[in-house]
Ligand binder design. Structure first.
Ligand code: ZN
Length: 572
């Protein structure tokens, strides 16, 4: 895509749009109002959130105790107080580390105020995992996720849409651009949002490059300026291509506001790349190292695209097609089908050619067939999801393979007329007509209707009982053949984590891959290169032997297994 097709909004552009969005004076005040005021010298954001207090005269407000791996032992906001309608400060009873109670006249309008000061320690240097989910304020950047930033009242229904006024006084004056889950500009802006959506929202401001790619109307890509080696416009191009393809798959006209943000966290990586992202209300927040590389041929380029495609597809499979609680029994559908469509989008975008697409599918099939959780039943997996990594991974693998299976069976049942995307569009139409969330029985009933009772029964055995999913030989159509290959379980033959922690070989198994390569228990290790879980990439160690450094290299191959594999069919 050419650079001309994307639009970089200048600071003036933001100002012009916010002036146009100013609320008309005759409008009644919004039921909820959130003001974020930027103070300079010292830098701080003063938050004021106004809402109707509880009719019983007792209102509890809270921040999430824990969210996204950030625990209760934190203090980001200062000077929290609650005011009555006349501005008097109400006495607060502390109910917990992040929960307060105020007493007031029944139904009185209340305002909770708090101050977010400049971060004491820069989140960029030496941050712990997930610390960047905490509200960030530093020169040129506010990045706050509602769960850990916005104190909300507990008596108001969580999901009911309400009129909300959003305003950011002081930001435009300081030259900061504003982009949040509901729009752009310092406002005041009037939006419709539920309390749950406000809490699950992203509030972003600062020295940002803001893009509105023409290819995906409604998409806003906001990238922290000065943070990255890559050009922000390149991220905007990638996000736009993904969103446009997904909207096409789901026959969604689009146009709704959707924010993709990126801020730089941590130090420059010497090798490899760690990155994170989290889906929020109408938004996806990315956290990347400063030298993140978007180029397709880089190590991270394809995986970042996959992450964006996966998160983007949740807009349909998850948000517009919500799951009924408990959600775990349907994760094979919400996560596994989303992985399936993410890979399809990478293929359609041309980022995976046929050979790479087949290799990607084959890797997934191998991971499914070698997973220790492959045959665990749904009740067992659901209970273990939050504590056991193999159980957590299993619905992604199982659901992806079930998606492949269902795609083939839908084509068979309809004589090639219908595919899995059509099946998803049907579910979306139904959900928007009924407003009802999906559960496993409804899903299996729809599968029975469209692909037949036998297919639904077979899928039930996989997703409920943990039977191994078997794909028909023609599962991938005329262009791809299903065969077999031999893979090896990942087995380094020593305790990787303990050895890294002690800079010495720990848990070396006699006659294991490490021992056969010459690693001895207790031997000092100076350098590690390990691709965890990948039995096809050599482990390279720099060990000490008689005072000299010695390089060891070996494949971490355990037991051999024959698994299905996909290859492209070339030529006529
Ligand atoms: Zn997901």
């Amino acid at each position: 895509m050419s650079c001309a097709a994307r639009t970089l909004l200048s600071f003036t552009g933001i100002l012009a749009s916010c002036a146009a969005a100013k609320a008309a004076p005759e409008q009644p005040p919004a039921e909820l109002s959130l003001e974020l005021r930027l103070a300079e010298n010292p830098l701080a954001v003063d938050l004021a959130f106004a809402f109707p207090g509880d009719a019983d005269g007792e209102t509890d407000v809270e921040l999430a105790e824990s969210w996204g791996g950030v625990g209760p032992e934190r203090k980001d906001l200062e000077d929290l107080c609650v005011e009555g309608e006349d501005g008097r400060e109400l006495a607060l009873e502390v109910q917990g580390p992040h929960r307060w109670r105020a007493r007031h006249a029944p139904g009185e309008r209340l305002t909770v105020r708090a101050r977010l000061p400049l971060n004491e320690v820069s989140f960029r240097a030496g941050f712990r995992e997930h610390d960047f989910y905490r509200p960030i304020l530093e020169p040129g950047l506010l990045h706050a996720i509602g769960h850990l930033f916005l104190p909300v009242p507990l008596h108001l229904p969580w999901t009911e849409p309400r009129a909300v006024e959003l305003s950011y006084p002081g930001f435009a004056e300081a030259g900061w651009s504003v982009a949040d889950s509901f729009g752009t500009g310092a406002g005041p802006r009037r939006v419709q949002a539920s309390l749950g959506e406000l809490r699950h929202a992203l509030y972003l401001a600062g020295e940002l490059d803001v893009y509105r790619p023409e290819e995906a109307p409604g998409l806003v890509v906001a990238v922290a300026r000065h943070g990255f080696d890559f050009a922000g416009g390149d991220l905007a191009d990638v996000a736009a291509r993904i969103l446009a393809l997904e909207r096409e798959l789901m026959a969604d006209p689009g146009g709704r506001h959707y924010l993709v943000s990126a801020i730089a966290v941590g130090q420059r990586a010497q090798r490899g790349l760690s990155y994170g992202g989290t889906g929020l209300t109408n938004a996806f927040a990315l956290f990347l190292q400063p030298n993140a590389d978007l180029a397709l041929e880089s190590e991270s380029g394809l995986e970042l695209r996959r992450l964006l495609a996966h998160e983007g597809f949740h807009e349909w499979n998850g948000v517009r097609l919500p799951l009924a609680p408990p959600e775990e029994p349907c994760y094979w559908f919400s996560e596994g089908f989303t992985d399936y469509f993410a890979r399809r989008v990478l293929h359609q975008a041309g980022w995976l050619d046929d050979a790479a697409y087949a290799a990607d599918l084959s890797r997934r099939l191998a991971e499914y067939h070698t997973s220790p959780a492959k045959n665990r039943d749904a009740a067992d997996l659901g209970a273990a999801f939050w504590t056991d990594p193999a159980a957590q991974r299993e619905p992604y693998l199982r659901g992806d393979v079930v998606a492949c299976l269902l795609e083939a069976e839908l084509a068979r049942a309809s004589g090639g007329e219908r595919d899995l995307a059509a099946f998803m569009r049907g579910l979306l139409r139904e959900a928007s007509a009924t407003g009802l969330p999906l559960d496993r029985e409804q899903l299996l009933a729809r599968i029975a209707e469209e692909a037949g009772d036998d297919v639904a029964a077979a899928i039930r055995r996989v997703v409920v009982d943990g039977e191994t999913a078997l794909l028909p030989a023609d599962a991938f159509g005329a262009d791809f053949a299903l065969g077999e290959r031999t893979v090896y379980a990942f087995d380094p033959g020593f305790d990787v984590d303990a050895s890294i922690a002690r800079h010495a070989a720990v848990g070396v198994r006699p006659a294991g891959p490490a021992a056969l390569a010459g690693l001895a228990e207790g031997q000092a290790i100076r350098g590690f290169s390990i691709y965890n879980g990948d039995s096809e990439r050599a482990i390279e160690l720099t060990v000490m032997e008689d005072g000299d450094e010695r390089a060891l290299s070996f494949l971490p191959r355990g037991a051999a297994l024959v698994v299905p594999a996909v290859s492209p069919v070339h030529g006529p």
